[in-house]
Design a protein around this ligand. Structure first.
Ligand SMILES: Nc1nc2c(ncn2[C@@H]2O[C@H](COP(=O)(O)OP(=O)(O)O)[C@@H](O)[C@H]2O)c(=O)[nH]1
Ligand SMILES: [Mg+2]
Length: 290
């Protein structure tokens, strides 16, 4: 069961809303639907991954209206905010906490989840960021808050995970792009490979291939048997480790990350095989390239 929902991005002009959205849509695991067939021009982007779909709605910056047009823009913003499941309140952490932010928060009388996103933290000193953060948590202790930097891609994946936590199971509002490339199998591969490289460090460089031999997915559980191909007996020894400790760590860490991400129980079986010429084995290559 996938999750889905509408997420509006609110904040003062220049807070960093558009940049944040672009960074989220550029996330490693996102598959972005480029131009949804919709008449709602406020829809700015559709984020897909294996967990589901997030439809992002950008809003014109909210500020104290000085003109009728300003009032109109604010109204537009409130309208898109009202129809969403989650609202991100984007706050520029490099400027002082002030009445503008108070005004904004007070206007967001929401019937749904609000997440305060302190952005541009790369622009400010840690003590400044902390001061701004303390103000928000003091005034709104029950509102979740996350610090990010769109420019540095810091905490962006965590923000997406936080958004998914607040979304309910739901339909795909927009079809996934035809080149919906990240299949479950490739994703499992990627995570297992990542753990191998991370845990064995430079000992096992890139001469390792991971192939999914068997995969079974139900609503609550995913089971996968994988073969890890390496080129030398010595590499096999490192991969398995003393008392098979290394391969167990690889398996447990990969299982943990996959379970967190997919919100399903994930069970992996890993088998290590020496295949000196796997790079020229067309069967393995074919599996790897899908
Ligand atoms: N250093 C830094 N600059 C940022 C970040 N996010 C946005 N900006 C800059 O802040 C300015 C306003 O950003 P923009 O996304 O257009 O704000 P919006 O009006 O809320 O959509 C631009 O010059 C961005 O490059 C960030 O995380 N770090
Ligand atoms: Mg903008």
């Amino acid at each position: 069961m996938i999750k889905s929902g509408f997420v509006s991005i609110a904040g003062r002009p220049n807070a960093g809303k558009s940049t944040l959205l672009n960074t989220i849509l550029g996330e490693k695991r996102a598959i972005v639907t480029p131009k949804p067939q919709t008449t709602n021009k406020n829809i700015q982007g559709v984020y897909n991954d294996l967990r589901g779909q997030i439809v992002f709605i950008d809003t014109p910056g909210i500020h104290k209206p000085k003109t009728a047009y300003g009032e109109y823009l604010n109204k537009q913003a409130y309208n898109s905010i009202r129809g969403s499941e989650v609202t991100l309140l984007v706050v520029d952490a490099s400027v002082d906490y002030g009445p503008g932010d108070e005004y904004l928060y007070s206007k967001l009388k929401l019937d749904h989840a609000l997440i305060i996103v302190l952005t541009k933290i790369d622009l400010a000193s840690p003590s400044h960021v902390k001061a701004v953060k303390d103000k928000w948590t003091e005034n709104y202790p029950n509102t979740p808050l996350i610090e990010v930097s769109s420019v540095r891609n810091f905490n962006i994946a965590e923000l997406v995970t936080l958004i998914f936590d607040y979304l309910e199971p739901g339909p795909l509002y927009f079809p996934r792009p035809e080149d919906y490339a990240i299949k479950l199998e490739q994703y499992i591969n990627e995570i297992v490979r990542e753990k191998i490289i991370m845990l064995t460090r430079e000992e096992i460089p890139y001469s390792v291939a991971v192939v999914v031999d068997y995969l079974d997915e139900s609503d609550t559980k995913i089971e996968a048997y994988l073969t890890v191909y390496c080129e030398k007996e010595s590499q096999k020894g490192i991969l398995i480790g003393k008392n098979a400790k290394m391969i167990k760590r690889i398996r447990l860490q990969a299982q943990y990350e996959l379970t967190q991400f997919l919100k399903k129980d994930v069970l992996l079986e890993l088998m290590v095989k020496v295949e000196p010429l796997w790079r020229s084995d067309s069967k393995i290559l074919k599996k790897l390239l899908g």
